[in-house]
Design a protein. Structure first.
Length: 527
């Protein structure tokens, strides 16, 4: 573990001038940052336990950043621990910058509205604070460094102690690193930094041909922020699990779950084996996720939760026009061919480019083989051994219009995600009802208050619940589930409650009838 000295200034102008001069300097193996203030000089001899310091277990004694925090690993954000922030600190902001060897300063991590009560961030922390926009695309998350050039690259993590309370109001919903520095300039009480280095080569795991197959399929087809990082064994497909297309339209039977953002980032991303192996015996796929589509949305088997004896979700009318719906963790996923995703490309494109990846590492393609003929399906797992492009050889799956729609079993050895699938999902509320028939279901956003609105009509009475122990009777009619993710002070207040200890995100829910009235109270759920 490396520990660095702090910068402590009261004059914002002095702070900014020092920060700017320090951005391009310093090696990754430096143990102490020395900074001169107007009246004192901080040197290694004067550093003591009372100083504002920042440490990380992902930065070694050699000053190198762990590969797991880069695109040559799971891409997990590193752990950070800080001590002794200046008196009067009301919030923190965090920036990770890339040393501008080419003269262009880049930011990999932009995070603010961090509570003054925090003393650190655990590895792969998700949805803690408010994320701004990094320099490598629109993903509002930690962006693991993936420099393609040779030689040692230098990175700097800087934590700012601020006199400003949360929430910090910005002029943009996704401020860049430069925007954030301008915003906080007059409120910085002190800062603590870590510098680290990392080297990549053409043989690094994130540069392998197998990794590029997965990464390229995502980059071309996602249309939403999705990232791919690879260690020696797995590609980690990271996303919030929500597509760019419309959701929940056309469902004819529902349990009233709604789509919300999920934590499929870093080490919690979907693990796709880079070197698939044919299993001695095919592995069952009768429940839960079987893979991930190239837009980062999970692919499930066709059956209802608990197994196929409970029915086929598509036959029962529980899927929307895109063959997806929201599950018990309020997670959106597909149970059949992701037709709305596939509509973004010509049909022939999916003959040679994966529409998704099975958990055994084999590609999932469109309805046809590369030659344009309808794909044959063997009697084993519903795939074939025809040669494929842009995916590992040996076996491939193809979507169909009939059950099992994608695959009936795994021909290859699945990743640990199959056995550990429950750890991927975090239900925040009881399933409100037993599935019942509906019509005219739509999901939209109310422009007046940014609530998402799931609207449906039922021609029968039904009963809803908020905690599994209460119940509310509802007559036939049209209803709306209104929900919105909490942010800023609303989120901080919700997370401060004892029952939400250890949670990081919350949603406000309202249940209304066609006149806007409700027979059950508004409620906040967190996870």
């Amino acid at each position: 573990m490396i520990q660095f000295a702090f910068f402590l200034f009261r004059a914002a102008a002095v702070l900014l001038s020092v920060f700017i001069s320090a951005c391009g300097g310093g090696g990754g193996s430096s143990n102490v940052v020395q900074v001169t203030t107007p009246s004192t000089t901080s040197t290694p001899d004067t550093i003591n336990s009372n100083l504002f310091t920042l440490t990380s277990t992902e930065v070694g004694q050699d000053g190198l950043l762990s590969s797991d925090s880069t695109c040559d690993g799971s891409g997990s954000s590193p752990s950070l621990t800080w001590r002794n922030p200046p008196s009067g600190t009301k919030s923190f902001a965090l920036l990770m910058s890339t040393d501008p060897g080419d003269g262009v300063l880049k930011y990999n991590w932009v995070n603010y509205n961090l509570s003054a009560t925090l003393t650190g961030l655990s590895k792969n922390s998700i949805l803690v604070g408010t994320y701004g926009a990094g320099s490598d695309g629109p993903t509002l998350a930690y962006q693991p460094p993936c420099s393609q050039g040779p030689g040692l690259k230098k990175y700097k993590f800087t934590l700012y102690a601020l006199s400003s309370s949360t929430p910090l109001k910005t002029s943009t919903s996704a401020p860049t690193g430069a925007d954030l520095l301008t915003l906080i300039a007059n409120g910085i009480l002190g800062q603590a930094s870590i510098e680290a280095g990392y080297s990549r080569t053409s043989t690094s795991s994130g540069a392998s041909a197998a990794c590029q197959w997965v990464r390229s399929s995502i980059q071309v087809s996602a249309h939403v922020p999705v990232s791919v990082n690879c260690d020696e064994k797995y590609a980690y497909v990271s996303s919030k699990g929500l597509p760019s297309h419309t959701m929940m339209n056309g469902i004819l039977a529902t349990n009233l779950q709604v789509p919300t953002a999920q934590n499929f980032w870093g080490s919690n991303g979907w693990k796709i084996p880079l070197t698939p192996e044919i299993a001695v015996n095919p592995v069952s796929a009768v429940d839960g996720p079987i893979g991930v589509a190239v837009n980062g949305v999970p692919l499930f088997n066709p059956c209802k939760q608990g197994g196929c004896q409970n029915g086929d979700t598509k036959v029962l009318g529980e899927l929307d026009v895109c063959n997806g719906h929201a599950g018990r963790a309020d997670d959106y996923h597909y149970h059949a061919a992701p037709t709305c995703l596939m509509a973004t490309k010509p049909d022939s494109y999916w003959n040679t480019h994966p529409v998704g990846w099975a958990l055994d590492g084999y590609g999932i393609f469109g309805f046809n083989n590369p030659d344009g003929q309808i794909a044959s399906r063997d009697g084993v797992c519903g795939g074939n051994t025809s040669s494929v492009s842009n995916a590992p050889p040996g076996y491939s799956y193809h979507v169909t219009a009939v059950s099992p729609y994608i695959l009936s079993c795994f021909r290859g050895v699945p990743s640990p995600d199959l056995a550990n699938q429950a750890s991927k999902f975090s239900p925040m509320r009881q399933p409100p009802v037993t599935p019942f028939g509906v019509s005219n279901m739509t999901l939209s956003t109310d422009s007046s208050d940014a609530y998402q609105v799931l609207e449906f009509t039922s021609d029968k009475s039904f009963t809803s619940t908020q905690n599994g122990k209460d119940s509310y009777a509802n007559s036939p009619g049209t209803y709306k589930i209104r929900y919105k993710a909490l942010a800023d002070s609303d989120l901080e207040m919700a997370l401060a409650k004892t029952e939400n200890k250890g949670k990081s995100s919350c949603w406000a829910f309202q249940f209304k009838n066609s006149t806007g009235a409700s027979n059950q109270p508004d409620v906040i759920y967190c996870k």
